[in-house]
Design a protein around this ligand. Structure first.
Ligand SMILES: [Zn+2]
Length: 335
C-alpha cells in the first residue's frame, strides 16, 4: 500500500478529505461545508485531519486550493471563493496538526491526479480543465506541472470571452468561467427563463415554485431527462466551451485536453457539441492536428487524489534530499 497521505480538496462550497494510498485509491473520506471565515475553515481542516489520523498512519497532508499561491506554494495570496489573503496556510497548519502539510493549486492537483492515475496518463502536452463552480486549469508537460514565472499560470477561466459580459468574482467582466461552469449554467437558465415561455419544462416549473432549487447539478439532471430549458443551457455551455478550447489550442497546441471537475464529469451532456465548436473555431481548422478531448476518469475525486499525491511526492523528495550527502561531506576532487 506504500505511504498513506491525506488529500483535502477545499472548494468554494465543500471540503472533502481522504486518506489515499500510492495507487490513488481513497480509503476513508470525510466531507464538510466550507466555513466562511479563515479561522473556522482552519478549525474545520484540523478537525478532518485529526479524525483521519486517529484511524490511519498518514505521513503528510496535501491541500488543493482554488486560488493564487506563491511559486514556492507557501503563501495563499488570493482565493476568490475562500477567505485566505496572503496567508501562510500550509506552514501554520503543519504546526497545528503535527505532520507536514503542502499546498497546491486545485487545478494542478487535479492535473497531477489525472496524469498519474487517470485520463491524462499518456499525454505529453496535456491541459486538464477542472470545470466546477468556476474553471481551473493545469498544464502537465511530460509529467511536470507548468507554473509560469510567478506561480499564477494558467488562469484560463478568467480569459475574457464576452466584453462587458457577466460580472465575475475576480473583479472583471465576461470571464470564460462565467459562461462555462456550474454557476454559469444557473445564470444561463435564469436568462433563458426570463427570455421565453418554456411551458412544458419541469425545470421551469420547479424554479418558479422554488428559485433556490436551481443549481448546476439540477440543470445537469434536467438535461439528462431531456428538459428543453436545461438542454438549451447546455447548448450555450457547449458553444462557450468550444470557444475556450479553440483559444487553448491556439496558445498551447496540446495533444490532450481532459475535462475534469463536477461539471466536467457530466461531459456526456456536452462533449460532442463542444468538440464540433472547437474543431470549427481553432485557427487553421482542417489543416492541423487537433488535441484529443476526454472526460475525466477520476471525476470529482481528482482534487483530493492529486493533493494526496502532491504530499506524497513532497515527502519523498524531502527524504531524497536528506539522504544525499551535503557539500561539506562530499570528497573534494581535483585538488
Ligand atoms: Zn474572472
Amino acid at each position: 500500500m506504500g505511504d498513506l497521505t491525506i488529500g483535502i480538496d477545499i472548494g468554494g462550497t465543500s471540503v472533502r478529505a481522504s486518506v489515499v494510498d500510492d495507487r490513488g485509491t481513497m480509503l476513508d473520506t470525510l466531507r464538510a461545508q466550507t466555513p466562511p471565515t479563515a479561522a473556522a475553515l482552519e478549525h474545520c481542516l484540523d478537525r478532518l485531519v485529526g479524525e483521519l489520523t486517529s484511524r490511519w498512519d498518514a505521513k503528510a497532508v496535501g491541500l488543493a486550493i482554488a486560488g493564487f499561491l506563491t511559486t514556492d506554494r507557501r503563501i495563499v495570496r488570493f482565493a476568490p471563493h475562500l477567505p485566505w489573503r496572503e496567508a501562510p496556510v500550509a506552514e501554520e497548519m503543519t504546526r497545528r496538526v503535527g505532520i507536514p502539510v503542502f499546498a497546491e493549486h486545485d487545478a494542478n492537483a487535479a492535473a497531477v491526479a489525472e496524469w498519474r492515475f487517470g485520463a491524462a496518463a499518456r499525454g505529453h502536452n496535456t491541459v486538464v480543465l477542472a470545470i466546477g463552480t468556476g474553471i481551473g486549469a493545469g498544464f502537465v508537460i511530460d509529467g511536470e506541472i507548468y507554473r509560469g514565472s510567478y506561480g499564477v499560470a494558467p488562469e484560463l477561466g478568467h480569459l475574457t470571452i464576452v466584453p462587458d459580459g457577466r460580472a465575475c468574482a475576480c473583479g472583471k467582466r465576461g470571464c470564460w468561467e462565467r459562461y462555462c461552469s456550474g454557476t454559469a449554467l444557473v445564470d444561463t437558465v435564469v436568462e433563458l427563463l426570463a427570455d421565453g415561455d418554456w411551458g412544458r419544462s419541469q425545470l421551469a416549473a420547479d424554479v418558479a415554485a422554488d428559485p433556490g432549487s436551481l443549481t448546476g447539478r439540477r440543470v445537469a439532471r434536467a438535461a439528462a431527462d431531456g428538459d428543453a430549458v436545461a438542454l438549451a443551457a447546455f447548448g450555450r455551455f457547449a458553444t462557450s466551451l468550444g470557444q475556450g478550447l479553440a483559444m487553448i489550442a491556439d496558445i498551447f497546441d496540446p495533444d490532450l485536453i481532459v475535462l475534469a471537475g463536477g461539471v466536467g464529469a457530466a461531459s456526456g451532456l456536452f462533449l460532442d457539441e463542444a468538440r464540433e465548436h472547437y474543431a470549427r473555431q481553432v485557427t487553421g481548422a482542417g489543416h492541423r492536428q487537433l488535441a484529443r478531448i476526454r472526460g475525466t476518469q477520476l471525476g470529482e475525486t481528482a482534487g483530493v487524489v492529486g493533493a494526496a499525491e502532491v504530499a506524497r511526492q513532497a515527502i519523498r523528495s524531502t527524504a531524497r534530499t536528506l539522504a544525499e550527502p551535503g557539500p561539506e561531506s562530499r570528497p573534494v576532487s581535483g585538488l
